[in-house]
Design a protein around this ligand. Structure first.
Ligand SMILES: Cc1cc2nc3c(=O)[nH]c(=O)nc-3n(C[C@H](O)[C@H](O)[C@H](O)COP(=O)(O)OP(=O)(O)OC[C@H]3O[C@@H](n4cnc5c(N)ncnc54)[C@H](O)[C@@H]3O)c2cc1C
Length: 401
């Protein structure tokens, strides 16, 4: 049986798997990337029209990887964030000026990010693109993991990185369980034009049916993530553009101006998932394959990119055996706290802000108002949303590998 050997096989060429391959482009590792979809196709589900808010920390990681200069032209800076609770008096405002940073984050279309990542993958000398193809079988041996693809080809590697998304095939093949929260919520995404310039404002508005976020984008558009109870999205998807805009305006109010145009609408059912055992013999799970979040605070990809930055640092100079268990333990120890914290914080936020208990509503309003007057509390929240405040890998500190 003919088998091709690599140091590293990455399964999944979405945002996270692609970023890991690029982060390792100057290493001596031989890398194979297996992806279900052809890289040039528009069918890759994670590269749709959703707006991705990149934290300040993620921007720094991309900058250290030499990617930010390609991405910057498509990104819109977030200068301020306005957090409010519909029907309550309290608000909290965060600003880039107060944090002494040029922007709290940057927003770009997942499609445009995907295009830039795919361009870079195609120029990478130490990378073999194995797509379109899917993993069908996996065998763990002492010194390597062997993968069989639906194309009939066999590959082996010292380390397999599973970056194959929320419903990870690798997780299923290994029979690894996961902790899941079914929120019975669905996110409706669309790009919205307003009659007023957004001036870099991002809005997070909590409503009794779920949070509603508007992220600033180019040409006076904003990216909408509207969370509704599952089932309710059907009626919203079926509305005419004018009726949809009217319904949104009722829900959001006029703080961002009048909503005048809406692009294509998509829906995404929401669950929170954390894999039980993210490291295995010669296998590691990263990104959505390890933890998939509710988009309430726009943290999913940012968390996955921090997985990438740490793993790339640990693998970069590992020429002998990049799959040894010591490296994987080290990775797990480094990432555990940040992952657990973001998963729990996201879950708590969803539960706190997605219910209509009157007393809790008053407390939320008061909490937002108090926070707005406490600079240290706002600084803490801003640091968290910028992806700072934990032990930073080299790429997160602006250093190359
Ligand atoms: C509505 C919404 C808004 C969001 N907004 C934000 C935001 O503002 N900021 C933020 O940081 N995050 C955000 N996220 C989260 C972000 O989209 C995800 O965290 C990110 O897409 C995860 O990337 P990934 O590469 O880990 O997984 P995926 O994007 O799911 O990619 C997995 C890849 O693996 C491939 N694959 C799957 N199975 C196989 C197989 N067997 N063999 C080979 N390949 C396979 C798939 O084709 C895919 O390309 C949002 C998510 C949603 C739903």
């Amino acid at each position: 049986m003919k088998q091709t050997e690599f140091d590293l096989l990455i399964v999944g060429g979405g945002m996270v798997g692609a970023s890991l391959a690029i982060a390792l482009e100057n290493s001596e590792l031989t890398i194979g990337l297996i992806e279900t979809h052809p890289l040039k196709s528009n069918s890759q589900p994670s590269y749709d029209d959703r707006g991705i808010a990149l934290s300040y920390g993620s921007q720094r990681i991309f900058d250290s990887m030499g990617l930010w200069s390609d991405i910057a032209a498509y990104a819109t800076p977030i200068k301020q964030i306005h957090i409010s609770d519909r029907g309550r008096f309290g608000v909290t405002r965060l600003s880039a000026d107060a944090e002494h940073v040029p922007a709290l984050g940057q927003v770009l279309l997942a499609r445009e990010l995907g295009f830039q990542l795919n361009q870079r993958l195609q120029q990478q000398a130490n990378l073999t693109l194995l797509c379109p193809a899917q993993v069908e079988k996996l065998n763990q041996h002492t010194d390597a993991v062997e993968l069989t693809l639906n194309t009939g080809q066999h590959y082996s590697a010292k380390l397999v990185v599973a970056a194959d998304g929320k419903n990870s095939t690798i997780r299923q093949l290994l029979g690894i369980g996961s902790w899941q929260q079914q929120y019975q919520q669905t996110a409706l995404t669309a790009n919205i034009s307003t009659d007023k310039k957004h001036q870099g404002w991002a809005y997070e508005r909590f409503t009794d049916t779920g949070p509603l976020a508007l992220l600033p984008m180019s040409e006076n558009r904003s990216s909408l993530v509207w969370t509704v109870k599952t089932g309710e999205e059907k009626a919203l998807l079926a509305l005419s553009d004018a009726d949809f805009l009217q319904r949104l305006q009722q829900r959001f109010g006029y703080r961002a101006g009048r909503f005048v145009r809406v692009g294509q609408r998509h829906s995404h059912p929401l669950t929170l998932m954390q894999a039980d055992m993210p490291i295995q013999h010669r296998i590691v799970f990263i990104g959505n394959a390890a933890h998939s979040l509710h988009p309430i605070a726009g943290q999913g990809f940012n968390l996955g990119l921090r997985d990438v930055a740490v793993l790339a640092e640990l693998l970069h100079n590992e020429h002998d055996d990049c799959g040894n268990m010591q490296i994987l333990h080290c990775y797990q120890q480094w990432r555990e706290q940040d992952q657990d914290h973001v998963v729990k914080a996201t879950d708590n936020l969803v539960k706190l802000f997605s219910n209509d208990i009157k007393m809790l509503g008053h407390l939320r309003g008061a909490g937002l108002a108090i926070m707005d007057n406490l600079p240290f509390a706002k600084h803490w929240l801003a640091q968290k949303s910028m992806g700072l405040g934990q032990k930073q890998p080299r790429l997160g500190r602006g250093m190359q590998l």
